[in-house]
Design a protein around this ligand. Structure first.
Ligand SMILES: O=C(CO)COP(=O)(O)O
Length: 129
């Protein structure tokens, strides 16, 4: 059932405004999915969409990316929307790479920018039926 499917939302700091706006615009579609997010991203999404239930994990640099990677490996997360900042060096770059690698290994839909996230939202909307 659609409500049991889980999407992970993550945004690097320079992309958090984009994620908050993306979640606000698409909150009706997101409401049909379970949502997990890294800590700070989840807080921003929750502020932007108080009606959405967001499970907040650890902040990315403190292990949140790894937690979501583990949830992909166990089949708890079926989709990843990750607004990546391509212009800033990250102290936890290895965690980010590991997360993307697991999304590829387990072949789940993964959007790394706004354009692809829009396509995934269209797909999520159609999955609702
Ligand atoms: O760093 C992140 C992803 O790599 C995101 O973590 P936060 O949402 O806690 O900022």
């Amino acid at each position: 059932m659609a409500s049991e499917r889980c999407v992970a939302l993550i945004a690097h700091d320079e992309k958090k405004d984009d994620m908050a706006e993306f979640a606000r615009r698409n909150r009706q579609t997101l409401a049909n999915w379970r949502i997990v997010a890294t800590g700070t991203t989840g807080g921003r999404v929750q502020d932007a969409c108080p009606d959405l239930q967001v499970t907040r994990l650890k902040s990315g640099p403190l292990g949140g990316d790894q937690q979501i990677g583990a949830m992909i490996a166990t089949g708890e997360v079926q989709m990843l929307i990750f607004f990546v900042d391509p212009l800033t060096a990250m102290p936890h770059d290895v965690d980010v790479k590991a997360l993307m690698r697991l999304a590829i290994v387990y072949d789940i839909p993964m959007a790394l920018n706004l354009a692809t996230a829009g396509q995934l939202i269209d797909f999520m909307r159609s999955e609702r039926a």
